[in-house]
Design a protein around this ligand. Sequence first.
Ligand code: AMP
Ligand code: MG
Length: 352
Amino acid sequence: MLRTTKPAFYILCLLTALLLTGCGGSSTPSPEPAAEHSVEFFAMDTYMSFRFYGGDASMEKQLSSFVTDMEKELSVVREDSAVSELNRSGSVQLSDAGADLLRQTLSLCAETDGALDISVYPVVRAWGFTSAKPAEGSSRIPARDTLAALLEKVDYRQIRLEGNRVFLPEGMEIDLGAVAKGYAGGAMAVMLKDAGVESALLALGGNIQAVGCKPDGSPWRVGIQSPDKDGLLGVLSVSDRAVVTSGGYERFFADDDGNIWWHIMDPGTGFPAKSGLLSVTITGENGLACDALSTALFVMGPDDAVRYWQSHRDFEMVLATEDGRLLLTPGAAEIFEPDENLSYTVEVIRND
Ligand code: AMP
Ligand code: MG
Protein backbone atom coordinates (compact mmCIF):
# COMPACT_ATOMS: atom_id res chain seq x y z
CA MET A 1 0.00 0.00 0.00
CA LEU A 2 1.02 3.61 -0.38
CA ARG A 3 2.73 4.77 2.77
CA THR A 4 0.79 7.96 3.33
CA THR A 5 0.35 8.24 7.08
CA LYS A 6 2.67 11.11 8.03
CA PRO A 7 1.74 14.76 7.30
CA ALA A 8 5.35 15.43 6.27
CA PHE A 9 4.96 12.82 3.57
CA TYR A 10 1.92 14.64 2.16
CA ILE A 11 3.86 17.92 2.04
CA LEU A 12 6.80 16.21 0.37
CA CYS A 13 4.42 14.64 -2.15
CA LEU A 14 2.77 17.95 -2.87
CA LEU A 15 6.10 19.73 -3.35
CA THR A 16 7.41 16.96 -5.56
CA ALA A 17 4.19 16.92 -7.54
CA LEU A 18 4.50 20.64 -8.12
CA LEU A 19 8.11 20.18 -9.22
CA LEU A 20 7.17 17.26 -11.49
CA THR A 21 4.18 19.03 -12.98
CA GLY A 22 5.93 22.40 -13.19
CA CYS A 23 2.68 24.11 -12.19
CA GLY A 24 2.62 26.79 -9.60
CA GLY A 25 -0.98 26.56 -8.40
CA SER A 26 -3.64 29.21 -8.79
CA SER A 27 -2.00 32.08 -6.89
CA THR A 28 -1.27 34.32 -9.91
CA PRO A 29 -4.29 34.51 -12.19
CA SER A 30 -3.51 36.33 -15.43
CA PRO A 31 -5.32 39.68 -15.85
CA GLU A 32 -7.05 38.63 -19.08
CA PRO A 33 -8.01 34.97 -19.41
CA ALA A 34 -6.78 33.48 -22.69
CA ALA A 35 -9.49 32.61 -25.22
CA GLU A 36 -10.46 28.94 -25.27
CA HIS A 37 -10.39 27.09 -28.58
CA SER A 38 -11.45 23.55 -29.21
CA VAL A 39 -11.75 21.13 -32.07
CA GLU A 40 -13.18 17.61 -32.19
CA PHE A 41 -13.09 15.11 -35.02
CA PHE A 42 -12.64 11.45 -35.85
CA ALA A 43 -9.24 10.35 -37.19
CA MET A 44 -6.68 7.57 -36.76
CA ASP A 45 -9.54 5.24 -35.84
CA THR A 46 -10.41 7.25 -32.77
CA TYR A 47 -12.15 10.32 -31.41
CA MET A 48 -9.88 13.37 -31.18
CA SER A 49 -10.66 16.26 -28.85
CA PHE A 50 -8.25 19.19 -28.57
CA ARG A 51 -8.60 22.18 -26.28
CA PHE A 52 -6.16 25.06 -26.07
CA TYR A 53 -6.03 28.50 -24.49
CA GLY A 54 -4.61 31.54 -26.24
CA GLY A 55 -3.08 31.61 -29.68
CA ASP A 56 -5.09 31.96 -32.84
CA ALA A 57 -8.31 30.17 -33.84
CA SER A 58 -6.56 29.16 -37.09
CA MET A 59 -4.55 26.77 -34.94
CA GLU A 60 -7.64 24.54 -34.70
CA LYS A 61 -7.42 23.89 -38.43
CA GLN A 62 -3.65 23.47 -38.31
CA LEU A 63 -3.93 20.79 -35.63
CA SER A 64 -6.69 18.83 -37.36
CA SER A 65 -4.87 19.08 -40.71
CA PHE A 66 -1.67 17.83 -39.10
CA VAL A 67 -3.45 14.73 -37.80
CA THR A 68 -5.33 14.02 -41.02
CA ASP A 69 -2.15 14.50 -43.09
CA MET A 70 -0.33 12.07 -40.83
CA GLU A 71 -3.18 9.62 -41.18
CA LYS A 72 -3.11 9.98 -44.98
CA GLU A 73 0.58 9.10 -44.97
CA LEU A 74 0.74 6.44 -42.27
CA SER A 75 -2.61 4.69 -42.04
CA VAL A 76 -2.46 1.01 -42.79
CA VAL A 77 -6.17 0.81 -43.53
CA ARG A 78 -6.10 3.53 -46.22
CA GLU A 79 -5.06 2.01 -49.50
CA ASP A 80 -3.71 5.35 -50.77
CA SER A 81 -1.36 5.91 -47.81
CA ALA A 82 2.43 5.81 -48.13
CA VAL A 83 2.57 2.95 -45.64
CA SER A 84 0.10 0.89 -47.69
CA GLU A 85 2.23 1.58 -50.76
CA LEU A 86 5.29 0.50 -48.76
CA ASN A 87 3.55 -2.71 -47.70
CA ARG A 88 2.62 -3.46 -51.33
CA SER A 89 5.87 -2.55 -53.06
CA GLY A 90 8.56 -2.83 -50.36
CA SER A 91 9.79 0.75 -50.66
CA VAL A 92 8.48 4.28 -50.30
CA GLN A 93 9.65 7.84 -49.74
CA LEU A 94 8.32 9.28 -46.47
CA SER A 95 7.82 12.90 -45.42
CA ASP A 96 10.31 14.36 -42.94
CA ALA A 97 7.81 13.79 -40.11
CA GLY A 98 7.10 10.22 -41.27
CA ALA A 99 10.80 9.39 -41.49
CA ASP A 100 11.46 10.99 -38.10
CA LEU A 101 8.67 8.92 -36.56
CA LEU A 102 9.98 5.72 -38.16
CA ARG A 103 13.57 6.37 -37.10
CA GLN A 104 12.60 6.94 -33.48
CA THR A 105 10.24 3.95 -33.55
CA LEU A 106 12.91 1.59 -34.86
CA SER A 107 15.21 2.61 -32.06
CA LEU A 108 12.42 1.90 -29.54
CA CYS A 109 11.85 -1.52 -31.15
CA ALA A 110 15.54 -2.21 -30.48
CA GLU A 111 15.46 -0.67 -27.00
CA THR A 112 12.54 -2.92 -26.01
CA ASP A 113 14.25 -5.93 -27.59
CA GLY A 114 11.44 -6.45 -30.07
CA ALA A 115 8.52 -6.34 -27.60
CA LEU A 116 7.55 -3.43 -29.83
CA ASP A 117 7.83 -4.65 -33.41
CA ILE A 118 6.03 -2.70 -36.13
CA SER A 119 6.46 -5.61 -38.55
CA VAL A 120 3.97 -7.67 -36.50
CA TYR A 121 1.18 -6.22 -38.67
CA PRO A 122 0.38 -9.37 -40.72
CA VAL A 123 -0.16 -11.18 -37.40
CA VAL A 124 -2.44 -8.39 -36.14
CA ARG A 125 -4.41 -8.65 -39.39
CA ALA A 126 -4.64 -12.44 -39.16
CA TRP A 127 -6.34 -11.99 -35.79
CA GLY A 128 -8.75 -9.51 -37.40
CA PHE A 129 -7.60 -6.39 -35.54
CA THR A 130 -7.07 -3.98 -38.37
CA SER A 131 -9.41 -1.21 -37.30
CA ALA A 132 -11.01 0.08 -34.12
CA LYS A 133 -14.22 -1.79 -34.75
CA PRO A 134 -13.49 -5.09 -36.50
CA ALA A 135 -16.35 -6.16 -38.73
CA GLU A 136 -18.65 -8.69 -37.09
CA GLY A 137 -17.01 -12.11 -37.27
CA SER A 138 -13.70 -10.77 -38.64
CA SER A 139 -11.79 -11.49 -35.42
CA ARG A 140 -10.79 -15.11 -35.08
CA ILE A 141 -8.02 -17.37 -33.83
CA PRO A 142 -5.66 -18.03 -36.76
CA ALA A 143 -4.34 -21.54 -37.38
CA ARG A 144 -0.96 -22.21 -35.77
CA ASP A 145 0.77 -22.91 -39.08
CA THR A 146 -0.62 -19.65 -40.48
CA LEU A 147 0.89 -17.80 -37.52
CA ALA A 148 4.20 -19.65 -37.83
CA ALA A 149 4.46 -18.65 -41.51
CA LEU A 150 3.60 -15.02 -40.72
CA LEU A 151 6.11 -14.87 -37.86
CA GLU A 152 8.93 -15.67 -40.26
CA LYS A 153 8.48 -12.20 -41.72
CA VAL A 154 8.35 -10.41 -38.36
CA ASP A 155 11.68 -8.74 -37.62
CA TYR A 156 11.99 -4.96 -37.33
CA ARG A 157 15.81 -5.28 -37.66
CA GLN A 158 15.37 -5.90 -41.36
CA ILE A 159 13.67 -2.55 -41.98
CA ARG A 160 16.07 -0.12 -43.65
CA LEU A 161 15.71 3.64 -43.59
CA GLU A 162 18.00 5.62 -45.90
CA GLY A 163 17.28 9.32 -45.66
CA ASN A 164 13.49 9.46 -45.96
CA ARG A 165 13.24 6.28 -48.06
CA VAL A 166 12.28 3.07 -46.31
CA PHE A 167 12.84 -0.46 -47.59
CA LEU A 168 11.20 -3.68 -46.41
CA PRO A 169 12.29 -7.22 -47.23
CA GLU A 170 9.99 -9.29 -49.44
CA GLY A 171 6.76 -10.21 -47.65
CA MET A 172 7.17 -7.85 -44.67
CA GLU A 173 4.44 -5.32 -43.82
CA ILE A 174 4.47 -2.68 -41.11
CA ASP A 175 1.92 -0.78 -39.03
CA LEU A 176 2.65 2.34 -36.98
CA GLY A 177 -0.60 2.14 -35.01
CA ALA A 178 1.25 1.55 -31.73
CA VAL A 179 3.12 4.86 -31.93
CA ALA A 180 1.45 7.30 -34.37
CA LYS A 181 -0.91 8.97 -31.90
CA GLY A 182 1.84 9.51 -29.35
CA TYR A 183 4.06 11.03 -32.00
CA ALA A 184 1.23 13.26 -33.24
CA GLY A 185 0.49 14.49 -29.70
CA GLY A 186 4.13 15.38 -29.09
CA ALA A 187 4.49 17.12 -32.46
CA MET A 188 1.31 19.16 -31.88
CA ALA A 189 2.53 20.21 -28.43
CA VAL A 190 5.60 21.69 -30.15
CA MET A 191 3.41 23.39 -32.77
CA LEU A 192 1.27 24.95 -30.05
CA LYS A 193 4.24 26.14 -28.02
CA ASP A 194 5.83 27.64 -31.15
CA ALA A 195 2.57 29.53 -31.70
CA GLY A 196 2.74 30.92 -28.16
CA VAL A 197 0.11 28.63 -26.64
CA GLU A 198 1.08 27.73 -23.10
CA SER A 199 -1.94 25.73 -22.04
CA ALA A 200 -3.60 22.88 -23.93
CA LEU A 201 -4.96 19.39 -23.52
CA LEU A 202 -4.92 17.13 -26.56
CA ALA A 203 -6.87 13.88 -26.36
CA LEU A 204 -6.15 11.49 -29.22
CA GLY A 205 -8.51 8.79 -28.02
CA GLY A 206 -6.95 7.54 -24.79
CA ASN A 207 -3.65 9.12 -25.75
CA ILE A 208 -3.30 12.38 -23.84
CA GLN A 209 -0.81 15.18 -24.40
CA ALA A 210 -0.77 18.00 -21.85
CA VAL A 211 0.79 21.32 -22.82
CA GLY A 212 1.79 23.49 -19.87
CA CYS A 213 -0.69 23.68 -17.01
CA LYS A 214 -4.39 24.51 -16.87
CA PRO A 215 -5.12 28.20 -17.43
CA ASP A 216 -5.50 28.65 -13.65
CA GLY A 217 -1.94 27.41 -13.15
CA SER A 218 -2.86 24.03 -11.68
CA PRO A 219 -1.74 20.75 -13.33
CA TRP A 220 -3.92 18.95 -15.85
CA ARG A 221 -5.76 16.02 -14.30
CA VAL A 222 -5.79 12.97 -16.53
CA GLY A 223 -7.99 10.00 -15.63
CA ILE A 224 -6.77 6.44 -16.16
CA GLN A 225 -9.58 4.17 -17.25
CA SER A 226 -10.21 1.06 -15.20
CA PRO A 227 -9.45 -1.96 -17.41
CA ASP A 228 -12.15 -4.21 -16.03
CA LYS A 229 -15.14 -2.02 -15.17
CA ASP A 230 -16.59 1.41 -15.80
CA GLY A 231 -14.82 4.22 -14.04
CA LEU A 232 -11.25 5.12 -13.30
CA LEU A 233 -8.22 3.62 -11.60
CA GLY A 234 -7.34 7.15 -10.60
CA VAL A 235 -6.06 10.48 -11.83
CA LEU A 236 -2.56 11.66 -12.74
CA SER A 237 -1.69 15.36 -12.32
CA VAL A 238 0.66 16.42 -15.10
CA SER A 239 1.94 19.30 -17.15
CA ASP A 240 3.98 19.17 -20.36
CA ARG A 241 3.68 15.41 -20.37
CA ALA A 242 2.06 12.71 -22.46
CA VAL A 243 -0.10 10.15 -20.67
CA VAL A 244 -0.66 7.04 -22.76
CA THR A 245 -2.49 3.85 -21.85
CA SER A 246 -2.51 0.50 -23.63
CA GLY A 247 -5.04 -2.00 -22.43
CA GLY A 248 -6.44 -5.33 -23.50
CA TYR A 249 -9.93 -3.92 -22.91
CA GLU A 250 -9.61 -1.49 -25.84
CA ARG A 251 -10.13 -4.02 -28.66
CA PHE A 252 -10.84 -7.67 -28.07
CA PHE A 253 -13.10 -10.56 -28.87
CA ALA A 254 -14.19 -13.62 -26.92
CA ASP A 255 -13.87 -17.06 -28.52
CA ASP A 256 -16.47 -19.83 -28.22
CA ASP A 257 -14.89 -20.97 -24.94
CA GLY A 258 -15.10 -17.48 -23.47
CA ASN A 259 -11.36 -16.77 -23.76
CA ILE A 260 -10.56 -13.11 -24.39
CA TRP A 261 -8.13 -12.24 -27.17
CA TRP A 262 -6.94 -8.67 -27.62
CA HIS A 263 -5.13 -6.48 -30.14
CA ILE A 264 -1.70 -6.23 -28.51
CA MET A 265 0.46 -9.01 -29.92
CA ASP A 266 3.51 -10.74 -28.54
CA PRO A 267 5.81 -10.66 -31.59
CA GLY A 268 7.61 -13.72 -30.18
CA THR A 269 4.54 -16.00 -30.26
CA GLY A 270 2.09 -14.37 -32.66
CA PHE A 271 -0.57 -14.56 -29.93
CA PRO A 272 -2.15 -11.67 -28.06
CA ALA A 273 0.19 -10.81 -25.18
CA LYS A 274 -1.06 -12.51 -22.01
CA SER A 275 1.65 -11.32 -19.73
CA GLY A 276 -0.22 -10.75 -16.49
CA LEU A 277 -1.14 -7.14 -17.27
CA LEU A 278 -4.54 -5.59 -17.97
CA SER A 279 -3.31 -2.09 -18.73
CA VAL A 280 -0.12 -0.06 -18.87
CA THR A 281 -0.07 3.71 -18.47
CA ILE A 282 3.11 5.60 -19.27
CA THR A 283 3.72 9.28 -18.63
CA GLY A 284 6.76 11.19 -19.81
CA GLU A 285 8.04 14.04 -21.91
CA ASN A 286 8.22 12.21 -25.22
CA GLY A 287 4.77 11.30 -26.61
CA LEU A 288 6.10 8.79 -29.11
CA ALA A 289 8.20 7.01 -26.47
CA CYS A 290 5.22 6.88 -24.07
CA ASP A 291 3.05 5.35 -26.79
CA ALA A 292 5.74 2.86 -27.81
CA LEU A 293 6.40 1.86 -24.20
CA SER A 294 2.73 1.47 -23.27
CA THR A 295 2.50 -1.21 -25.96
CA ALA A 296 5.92 -2.77 -25.38
CA LEU A 297 5.67 -3.00 -21.59
CA PHE A 298 2.21 -4.54 -21.94
CA VAL A 299 3.89 -7.28 -23.99
CA MET A 300 6.74 -7.67 -21.49
CA GLY A 301 4.57 -8.20 -18.43
CA PRO A 302 4.98 -6.77 -14.93
CA ASP A 303 8.39 -8.16 -13.96
CA ASP A 304 10.18 -7.18 -17.16
CA ALA A 305 8.34 -3.85 -17.26
CA VAL A 306 9.68 -3.04 -13.79
CA ARG A 307 13.18 -4.10 -14.83
CA TYR A 308 12.89 -1.93 -17.96
CA TRP A 309 11.89 1.07 -15.86
CA GLN A 310 14.71 0.41 -13.40
CA SER A 311 17.26 0.55 -16.20
CA HIS A 312 15.79 3.63 -17.93
CA ARG A 313 13.90 5.86 -15.45
CA ASP A 314 13.06 8.54 -17.99
CA PHE A 315 9.31 7.89 -17.67
CA GLU A 316 6.77 6.99 -15.00
CA MET A 317 4.25 4.19 -15.17
CA VAL A 318 1.12 2.68 -13.68
CA LEU A 319 0.61 -1.04 -14.29
CA ALA A 320 -2.72 -2.80 -13.61
CA THR A 321 -2.04 -6.49 -13.12
CA GLU A 322 -4.37 -9.44 -13.66
CA ASP A 323 -3.95 -10.40 -10.00
CA GLY A 324 -5.38 -7.12 -8.75
CA ARG A 325 -2.30 -5.00 -8.10
CA LEU A 326 -1.61 -1.47 -9.23
CA LEU A 327 2.16 -1.04 -9.57
CA LEU A 328 3.41 2.55 -9.63
CA THR A 329 6.86 3.98 -10.06
CA PRO A 330 7.73 6.35 -7.19
CA GLY A 331 7.35 9.38 -9.47
CA ALA A 332 3.92 8.19 -10.61
CA ALA A 333 2.83 7.61 -7.01
CA GLU A 334 3.58 11.27 -6.25
CA ILE A 335 1.20 12.54 -8.90
CA PHE A 336 -1.44 9.79 -8.67
CA GLU A 337 -4.71 10.10 -6.85
CA PRO A 338 -6.45 6.71 -6.58
CA ASP A 339 -10.15 6.57 -7.38
CA GLU A 340 -12.28 6.24 -4.26
CA ASN A 341 -13.68 2.96 -5.60
CA LEU A 342 -10.29 1.52 -6.55
CA SER A 343 -10.35 -2.24 -6.03
CA TYR A 344 -6.64 -2.77 -6.75
CA THR A 345 -3.91 -2.97 -4.12
CA VAL A 346 -1.49 -0.11 -4.69
CA GLU A 347 2.21 -1.01 -4.60
CA VAL A 348 5.01 1.49 -5.19
CA ILE A 349 8.00 0.05 -7.04
CA ARG A 350 11.24 0.31 -5.06
CA ASN A 351 13.59 3.02 -6.15
CA ASP A 352 16.74 0.89 -6.08
P1 AMP B 1 -1.48 0.61 -28.61
O1 AMP B 1 -2.96 0.77 -28.51
O2 AMP B 1 -0.72 1.89 -28.68
O3 AMP B 1 -0.94 -0.31 -27.58
O4 AMP B 1 -1.18 -0.05 -30.02
C1 AMP B 1 -1.78 -1.26 -30.37
C2 AMP B 1 -1.78 -1.40 -31.87
O5 AMP B 1 -0.44 -1.57 -32.33
C3 AMP B 1 -2.54 -2.63 -32.30
O6 AMP B 1 -3.86 -2.31 -32.66
C4 AMP B 1 -1.74 -3.13 -33.49
O7 AMP B 1 -2.14 -2.44 -34.66
C5 AMP B 1 -0.33 -2.72 -33.16
N1 AMP B 1 0.43 -3.71 -32.37
C6 AMP B 1 -0.04 -4.75 -31.63
N2 AMP B 1 0.96 -5.38 -31.00
C7 AMP B 1 2.11 -4.73 -31.34
C8 AMP B 1 3.48 -4.90 -31.01
N3 AMP B 1 3.90 -5.85 -30.16
N4 AMP B 1 4.38 -4.03 -31.57
C9 AMP B 1 3.97 -3.07 -32.41
N5 AMP B 1 2.69 -2.85 -32.76
C10 AMP B 1 1.76 -3.66 -32.22
MG1 MG C 1 1.18 2.41 -27.96
